[in-house]
Design a protein around this ligand. Structure first.
Ligand code: RFL
Ligand code: PHB
Length: 388
């Protein structure tokens, strides 16, 4: 079998790239380890930057997003029992973010791919990459007991942080930069109206909390928890009680609770792999970098990598001077700024073990942030997303 681009991974990065390439007339095949249902069952991101919305528009998968996505012009920070609004729209000269779940983005992309009759192989357990340091790379896998070999021009590694693509690169060709945080997020999804019509990021003496949403009737909440906690340790009742304790009094009184429809724990980490290109293999999204979710940047960075890669591949196939050689440097420049913002916001809002000095600094910084227009403008500029 032969195609132009083999895309490994059917998460948002892989499916978005596939759709963009298809619209440019570039053949591609997507290979995914898990089932379609498993991919759709993962509850993750909720906040899209305008750039991500633009990428989905380019891919012609924005119809439902435009209808159902919630435009947010501000976010709120909560500490010392009071809430402070950051007016994203005013502080950025008219920008905003859109609340629309990653699950819905993925579903829209899957449906568009199926409607275009494009090849996607789900539940392929043994993808392996070959000869990507030559101009004739190959990808092997097994389908219904028979081995399949695809020859291609390029491989796009969109297979997330634990995928096979980055792991196939010789360790000497790769440099990893990493920071781990001593806590995780316990997340709960429920069919209850959100406590507030804007997101609330909370720094409380009991730890971080976040009030987010998926729609006007579906809420997504998170509380900081120890890394050793298991989902079974968190009954719904315990979660709601803990969230209530971390919120300001007015929000706590308004909070409407109900049965969870999903609960999960995510560790927080910052990782960047450099470079993002090895011969004909290009890494994009979580395969190359992860951020703690505090800044809502992971999916958005994935979309900006994919936009950059799509443009470079399109130029290559049009035989114009192509951005393929600059791909890694272009992406990394934006990635490191998002890594910085995500690390900073994580450091500002979470409770760290035994750190009196750190807590005083957090407090000083929070007071500065809510009292200084310049500091709020810097927050807003990063939150809505920096340009490519
Ligand atoms: P994904 O989504 O991990 O998809 C990779 C796909 O590759 C498959 N795969 C393989 N396929 C074939 N062969 C193999 N050997 C394979 N190994 C793996 C996997 O099964 C999977 O389907 O990576 P992608 O596409 O790069 O997308 C990245 C985003 O998923 C991620 O950055 C965001 O979810 C991060 N994130 C957030 N990002 C935002 O922009 N805004 C947010 O509000 C936000 N909130 C979050 C988040 C991540 C969270 N968690 C769980 C870490 C909130 C949370 C709690
Ligand atoms: C979410 O809705 O899941 C969400 C929102 C904002 C974040 C992280 C996660 O910073």
């Amino acid at each position: 079998m032969r195609t132009q681009v083999v895309i490994v991974g059917a998460g948002p990065s892989g499916l978005l790239l596939g759709q963009l390439l298809h619209r440019s007339g570039i053949d591609n095949i997507v290979l995914e380890l898990r089932s379609r249902e498993h991919v759709l069952g993962r509850i993750r991101a909720g906040v899209l930057e305008e750039l991500t919305v633009r990428a989905l528009t380019e891919a012609a998968v924005d119809t439902r997003l435009r209808r159902e996505g919630l435009r947010h012009d501000g976010v709120q920070l909560c500490f010392d029992d009071s809430r402070h609004r950051i007016d994203l729209h005013r502080l950025t000269g008219g920008k905003h973010v859109v609340v629309y779940g990653q699950t819905e983005v993925t579903r829209d992309l899957m449906e568009a791919r199926a409607a275009s009759g494009l090849a996607t192989e789900y539940e392929v357990p043994d993808v392996s990459l070959h000869d990507f340091d030559t101009t004739r790379p190959k990808v092997h896998y097994t389908r219904a007991g028979r081995s399949v070999r695809i020859e291609c021009d390029f491989i796009a590694g969109c297979d997330g942080f634990h995928g096979v693509c980055r792991a196939s690169v010789p360790q000497t060709a790769l440099r990893m930069y990493e920071r781990a945080y001593p806590f995780g997020w316990m997340g709960l999804l429920s069919d209850t109206p959100p406590v507030n019509d804007e997101l609330i990021y909370v720094n409380s003496p009991r730890g971080f909390a976040l009030c987010s949403m998926r729609s006007r009737t579906r809420s997504r909440y998170y509380v900081q928890c120890p890394l050793t906690d298991k989902v079974e340790d968190w009954s719904d009742a315990r979660f709601w009680e803990e969230l209530r304790c971390r919120l300001d009094r007015a929000s706590a009184e308004r909070l409407i609770t109900g049965p969870s429809i999903e609960k999960s724990i995510a560790p927080l980490r910052s990782v960047v792999a450099e470079p993002m290109r090895f011969g004909q293999l290009f890494l994009a999204g979580d395969a190359a970098h992860i951020v703690p979710p505090t800044g809502a940047k992971g999916l958005n960075l994935a979309a900006s990598d994919v936009l950059t890669l799509w443009q470079a591949l399109e130029e290559h196939y049009r035989a114009s001077p192509s951005g393929l050689a600059q791909y890694s440097d272009r992406c990394l420049s934006r990635i490191w700024k998002a890594e910085r913002f995500s690390w900073w916001l994580t450091s500002l809002l979470h409770r760290f073990p035994e750190d009196g000095f750190g807590r005083k600094l957090q407090h000083a910084e929070l007071e500065y942030l809510v009292s200084s227009e310049a500091a709020r403008a810097a927050f807003a500029e990063n939150y809505v997303g920096l340009p490519i």
